[in-house]
Each structure stands twice: as structure tokens, then as C-alpha cells.
Design a protein around this ligand. Structure first.
Ligand code: ADP
Ligand code: MG
Length: 267
């Protein structure tokens, strides 16, 4: 079996162009990516390099011009139809008139399934919101709302969890705190996950591997294996090994950004 055929998530030769007025421009070219079951992979890259487009293609929200995505042995459309894809984006889009429990349970309703209240409560506890089941989103802090959306993304036991800058809108302190909690949650659930972030620290803190993308066209530029112990708490993130790896990834990102600016149109 090839690496792709045994992967929990396999992205093979994905290319995608968008129309820009009369011209067409290539947002992604020849993207390959394979995640083993239970693996956590981070992706960083300059703004506009196609990270969100890649995630949208994996989620079946966008069709690639070439290449294919396989989740287990299914297509993205089949996985979505089976409600086995978990997605959390930066704008967490909680429904303000629903309680925390109802927001977490929303995927059951959208799927026409009976709500598993025990599962909803277990996830709420897992993300530290066990005492806030009846609260409305406006009564929560930004970090708490983010945790609701992450619980919601996981409620139907997704085979793959897609995270597009889920902590992007939070302040640094909340982010750090949530990062640790997320690692714990992920450790307990063991879901295969792909995280897009603009924070190199976050990428290294979470990832078994970190990919760096370049832009115009969006492509893979570098890959790093992260062999640091877990949980990656403050002791780990203050270690010379962590700091050195963050510097290496940041240098690759600088490199990728320079390569992107040199290769195409501005902006
Ligand atoms: N639906 C679309 N139509 C046209 N251009 C798009 C569309 N979606 C994304 N793009 C363009 O594709 C490029 C990559 O976008 P995106 O994937 O959002 O980048 P990133 O998430 O890395 O910042 C950008 O130049 C963006 O403007
Ligand atoms: Mg994006």
C-alpha cells in the first residue's frame, strides 16, 4: 500500500485556479499531503497562499481542477454526507439564541439525528464548559465561545478535524491557555487533525509535523518533523529545542514569503 492509500487523509496533486476578471490565476499547484490516523499536522504560510482554499477543498466546499482528496476510503462529499467531518473556523458562528449545549448539539439536528445528550455534556466538560451548558454565547468570553465551536466540530466524532485559524481572533493570553487545553482534548480524542495557523509557535506546539507553504502559486515549501515530548506545556515551549525549531520554521516561512513575492503579482 502506498502512503496515500493507508492514510486517514490523503491529498494528491491538488491544483486550483480562480478567475480574476479575464485572467485566471493559480491558487494551488500540485499539493500532496498525507496524514496518518491520529496525526496532528500544522500548516503555516504567507497570507493568500491558499491555506483556506486547501481546507475548503478537503472539506468538499470547493472543487479542485486536478488531483483528489481521500478521507479514509471516502471522498470529501461522502464524508460530509456521513457527517464525519469536523470543521472549526475563525469566525465561530455560534447561534446567539441557542444555549451552549444547543450550539454543541447543532450538528445532530442538521444531520436529522437524535441528540446524544451524554455526548454533548461530555464534550462540554472536556472543553471546560460543563458548568455553562445553559449559557448563551453573549455571556461567554471569546475563548469560551471558541471552545464551544471546537466542541461542536467534534460532537459527531469526526474522522478528520479541520481547523482554520481557530484561535486567530483571540488575545495572546487566551490563546496560550486554549492551546494547552486543545492539546489535552486532542490527546484524549486522538482525532486526525489539520490545523492552519499564522502562528509558528502554535504550529510547532501542536504538530507532529509542520508544513510551510509558499504563494503564487500556493505550494508546499518545507516540511518539519516535530519530535518534542507531549504535553507541550510551558516547560517544553521554553526549551532550547522548541525555540530552535520555531526559529527554523520561521526562517522557512520568511524564505517562502520572499519566494512568493518574487514569483508573482503584488498583493
Ligand atoms: N472563491 C474565490 N474566488 C476568487 N479568488 C479566490 C477565491 N477564494 C480564494 N481566492 C484567492 O485565492 C488565494 C488564496 O486564498 P486563501 O486560500 O484564502 O489564502 P490563505 O487562507 O492562505 O490566506 C487568494 O489570492 C484569494 O484571493
Ligand atoms: Mg485563510
Amino acid at each position: 500500500m502506498s502512503a496515500a492509500s493507508s492514510a486517514a487523509l490523503a491529498v494528491e496533486g491538488i491544483s486550483k485556479s480562480f478567475r480574476l476578471g479575464r485572467e485566471s490565476f493559480q491558487a494551488l499547484r500540485g499539493i500532496d499531503l498525507a496524514l496518518a490516523a491520529g496525526e496532528f499536522v500544522s500548516v503555516v504560510g504567507p497570507s493568500g497562499c491558499g491555506k483556506s482554499t486547501l481546507l475548503r477543498i478537503i472539506a468538499g466546499l470547493e472543487t479542485p481542477d486536478a488531483g483528489r482528496v481521500t478521507i479514509g476510503s471516502s471522498t470529501p462529499a461522502e464524508t460530509t454526507a456521513a457527517h464525519r467531518l469536523g470543521i472549526a473556523f475563525q469566525d465561530h458562528a455560534l447561534l446567539p439564541w441557542l444555549s451552549v449545549a444547543e450550539n454543541i448539539a447543532l450538528p445532530y439536528r442538521l444531520a436529522g439525528m437524535t441528540v446524544d445528550q451524554a455526548r454533548v455534556q461530555e464534550l462540554a466538560r472536556l472543553v471546560g464548559l460543563g458548568d455553562f451548558l445553559r449559557a448563551r454565547p453573549r455571556q461567554l468570553s471569546g475563548g469560551m465561545r471558541q471552545r464551544v465551536s471546537i466542541a461542536r466540530a467534534m460532537v459527531l466524532k469526526p474522522v478528520v478535524l479541520l481547523l482554520d485559524e481557530p484561535f486567530g481572533a483571540l488575545d495572546l493570553v487566551t490563546r496560550r491557555h486554549l492551546n494547552l487545553e486543545m492539546q489535552r482534548i486532542w490527546g484524549e480524542l486522538g482525532t486526525t487533525a489539520l490545523l492552519i495557523t499564522h502562528s509558528v509557535d502554535e504550529a510547532v506546539q501542536f504538530g507532529n509535523r509542520v508544513f510551510v507553504m509558499a504563494a503564487r502559486p500556493g505550494r508546499m515549501h518545507a516540511e518539519f518533523a516535530v519530535k518534542l515530548p507531549r504535553p507541550r506545556d510551558r516547560r517544553v515551549t521554553a526549551s532550547p529545542e522548541f525555540v530552535a525549531l520555531v526559529q527554523k520554521v520561521a526562517a522557512a516561512l520568511d524564505d517562502a514569503t520572499a519566494a512568493s513575492t518574487a514569483s508573482g503579482m503584488p498583493g
